[in-house]
Ligand binder design. Structure first.
Ligand code: ADP
Ligand SMILES: O=P(O)(O)O[C@H]1O[C@H](CO)[C@@H](O[C@H]2O[C@H](CO)[C@@H](O)[C@H](O)[C@H]2O)[C@H](O)[C@H]1O
Length: 454
């Protein structure tokens, strides 16, 4: 059983306000973080799963945020999530760390100390790299480097302030460390997959050079260091730039299709496919996800019959490329262009899915669908929106993909449509939870996909 940090709060002397405990402070701070996954449900409890002193004044914590169970069709969602935190604790906080401030603890082991997000402190970020440079163990934490890699010291850290599901620190434009925030037991695919692809000689994916993991309460990957591509721009930025200037993006989209097919071929070599995809079971899973999403976002309700028809058509088609390991959450923000080359990052899969599901073999069409949805997202960022732009990018991407993969996604109409539909349903849920202003983007696709032939 996890140990709860908060002793029952007592009132501060002379006031009705309870004394601030560490868990009380974190309960307020956690839901405000971009990477917090449970924004749509209040946190009912916060318990400590593990805590170790990474270096003096810096604590490594795994905490479990519980939510009240919400019954949904197809099961009750997990009652909470585990998060990784790096907290600085000190008596006085320097003004430069004001933005990182979590609060001052008034009771328990840390009473009287100011607590802050240590990742925003360059000194802690520096010490973290130092720790990664020396393989070994600190309490339940294990630090490892790829054999033969010698990491330089003294690289200046810079915390990325991108809208992310995790937190990343760039060191001297040479390396990037991704700290996973929401932790699930097991090896994280963002370590497993790039490592396996590197072993295949696939140069499209930056290979891990160091990583760290925990054994408590259960084994899990916590962070991965990989080479940083300093002159790279992500596909989303490039696409919006092209849309803004009226530039054509089909050459880039075609090259991206070729690059993605190469990555899929390497993935199939690294993780040999288990057998033909089972479209019937995939369709069932899609229907179950639609039911859960409709429960959470009732605006989907009028479109359910049309969306189900798209999944039904998948259940009856018997052809398709074999299921294999895929990227799992492919979109324009997950591809980087450096010079004329496309690179692919972030193999974690869709963050809200269980790890076992994300590591399972799936149809490569799912990744193709993810990227096609992304062209649609980009085209809808400007008014008037540019369906023609998205259509040309789709064509070019699929043609590039077909040229390398040996099969053409455009000829798998029912498969592609079902995966695009499933992806749009995921996006509706994602936007409702994280960016309600963006909800009309996937909802427009839902409206189109719910009409057969649309
Ligand atoms: N190897 C890399 N080289 C350059 N930039 C990178 C690299 N890896 C990630 N980035 C940048 O960091 C951002 C976040 O990385 P990502 O792995 O997608 O994190 P998250 O899972 O938190 O979304 C990317 O959008 C990209 O701009
Ligand atoms: O944080 P991740 O990159 O792992 O992915 C999550 O966040 C993405 C948004 O940042 C989200 O992508 C959706 O929005 C994109 C534009 O911001 C668009 O290009 C994608 O097509 C669209 O799915 C992604 O779904 C989510 O998993």
């Amino acid at each position: 059983m996890p140990k709860t940090i908060t002793p029952r709060p007592r009132a501060a002397a002379g006031t009705d306000r309870p004394l601030a405990s560490l868990s009380g402070l974190l309960r307020e701070w956690l839901p405000l973080q971009r990477w917090f996954a449970g924004k749509d449900r209040p946190v009912t409890d916060l318990s400590l799963l593990s805590m170790s002193e990474l270096f003096p004044g810096c604590l490594h914590l795994l905490v479990h945020a519980s939510h009240a169970p919400v019954p949904t069709p197809g099961g009750t969602p997990p009652p909470g999530d585990c998060y990784q935190l790096l907290l600085g604790v000190r008596e006085h906080l320097a003004p430069r760390l004001e933005r990182a401030y979590v609060g001052r603890v008034e009771e328990g082991a840390f009473a009287g100390l100011a607590v802050y997000d240590a990742l925003q402190d360059p000194r802690s970020a520096h010490l973290l790299l130092e720790r990664l440079r020396q393989p070994g163990t600190t309490g339940p934490l294990h630090f490892e480097t790829t054999p033969g890699v010698r990491l330089p010291g003294g690289l200046p850290p810079r915390l990325l302030d991108a809208e992310q599901s995790n937190s990343s620190i760039v060191y001297g434009d040479a390396y990037i460390l991704k700290l996973f925030r929401r932790i699930q037991p097991g090896v994280n695919p963002d370590l497993e997959v790039p490592g396996a692809l590197a072993a295949q000689g696939c140069a499209r994916v930056p290979a891990p050079v160091a990583w760290f993991s925990t054994t408590a309460p259960r084994p899990a990957t916590l962070g991965v260091l990989q080479p940083f591509l300093p002159d790279a721009t992500d596909g989303w930025t490039l696409a919006l730039r092209a849309l803004g200037t009226g530039d054509d993006f089909t050459a880039e989209a075609g090259e991206l299709g070729r690059a993605m097919a190469e990555v899929h071929l390497s993935l199939a070599e690294a993780f040999p496919p288990a057998g033909p995809g089972e479209n019937g079971r995939t369709a069932e899973a899609m229907c179950a996800r639609l039911d859960a999403a409709t429960h959470a976002v009732p605006a989907l309700r009028p479109f359910v019959p049309g969306l189900r028809a798209a999944f039904g058509a998948l259940a009856t088609c018997d052809t398709g490329p074999p299921a294999q390991r895929i990227h799992g959450d492919l979109h324009l923000g997950q591809v980087l262009r450096a010079g004329r080359d496309w690179f692919v990052i972030d193999f974690e899969g869709e963050p809200s899915r269980p790890l076992a599901e994300r590591r399972a073999a799936q149809s490569p069409v799912r990744d193709v669908a993810g990227m096609l949805r992304s062209f649609d997202y980009a085209a809808r960022q400007r008014r008037p929106w540019r369906p023609e732009w998205a259509r040309r990018c789709r064509e070019a991407f699929c043609a590039g993909y077909a040229a390398r993969a040996g099969w053409d996604p455009r000829k798998k109409h029912a498969l592609l449509r079902a995966h695009e539909t499933d992806r749009a349903v995921y996006e509706v849920l994602y936007e409702a939870r994280h960016r309600p202003d963006w909800l009309p983007v996937p909802m427009a696709a839902i409206q189109r996909l719910a009409v057969w032939g649309g």
